[in-house]
Unconditional design. Structure first.
Length: 188
């Protein structure tokens, strides 16, 4: 330790290193040059303030439970009505585990999948060994904007897949809601 202080002082200010200071004296602080600080900040990179685990908890709580729309096959044919009902949304780290059922046309099948809270990527599987609306077993529903922009990825190259166009269904309150007072308004 006694050797370290003179080296630090010599690096900070050579004039100060040539004149030894008495024990207990105050060493003046000299800020590092600005380019050194900029290089240090550039090496460190930006600080990420996004909390994917917190967003997963929020998504699991606030994600609409009923989605409705259509499925359009890329091979043509009439669009099929689709209704997705999520019975469970459980946060697991930065992922949300989704479980529920989906009605495609007249057929209802169980579904299970994951929604990534950081990237909004969706992977949803139909849990049946059947062909529903041209979607064969083994494929997956894959989305890049959660449930709103999703597509069917077929398990074989002979099936081109399709696209889902789903929107949340507005849930009406079951009974009269309690009035919590006037909403808070800003002053300006």
């Amino acid at each position: 330790m006694p050797l370290l202080l003179p080296l630090l002082l010599a690096a900070a200010d050579p004039q100060l290193a040539m004149n030894p200071l008495p024990v207990g004296s105050v060493v003046p602080f000299g800020a590092p040059p600005t380019p050194a600080v900029q290089v240090f900040e550039a090496e460190l990179g930006p600080v990420e303030t996004f909390d994917p685990k917190g967003r997963a908890v929020d998504l699991a709580r606030d994600l609409p439970r009923v989605w409705s729309g259509v499925y359009r096959s890329f091979s043509g044919g009439a669009p099929l009505p689709v209704e997705l009902r999520l019975s469970q949304a459980t946060p697991m780290g930065q992922m949300v585990d989704l479980r529920g059922e989906m009605q495609v046309g007249e057929t209802t099948v169980a579904v299970q999948g994951n929604l990534n809270a950081k990237s909004d990527q969706l992977d949803l599987l139909m849990l049946c060994d059947c062909e529903v609306g041209g979607m064969e077993s083994g494929g997956e529903i894959s989305g890049v904007q959660g449930l709103e922009l999703a597509g069917w990825v077929a398990p074989r190259l002979t099936n081109p897949g399709g696209r889902y166009d789903l929107r949340p269904v507005a849930q009406m309150p079951a009974g009269p809601s309690r009035s919590t007072g006037a909403p808070v308004r800003g002053l300006w």
